[in-house]
Ligand binder design. Sequence first.
Ligand code: SAM
Length: 156
Amino acid sequence: MSPSTDLRPNEETVALAAPNDASLRFIGHIETPWNNRADCPRQGHRDGPECRLVLHPVWAAALNGLADYPVIEVLYWLDRSRRDLLTQSPKHNGETVGTFALRSPVRPNPIGTSLVRLIGINGHIVRVRSLDCLNGTPLLDIKPNRCDFTPQALPK
Ligand code: SAM
């Protein structure tokens, strides 16, 4: 799937040099039931289908201890997004707002994050629920949801 080039009314773009100022290392990919955006949920559901974080086998030892956490944070690279929108007009409400006021996959660095339920770990494969990404999405990182260290929502 190639990045979408469609613009909606009132959306603005910025001309950017090719991004080359940081390098990330994908640690694997994510297997989900969704092969197109129309089917993919906008945010994961608590009781969503089982998905698999398939790490490169070299990272298997890095999963030691993760099974102690029923909820983990997954960071992934929304690789099929365009990256040049300043403003966006989400189709569900027709308003136009700035990219940083949205959790849209379209952003300069298309990093997605989700808190997901850990089902189990088999070697280099982590089974989870509550994801919202397309099948084959590159995996960036996994963190435990440790209440002592996870950033808390600020009070209103
Ligand atoms: N939960 C994450 C977050 O809040 O950072 C991502 C939320 S984003 C609204 C989820 C949407 O991104 C999905 O509904 C789908 O339309 C789109 N998406 C999922 N995987 C993608 C990928 N690999 N490349 C581009 N878009 C993707």
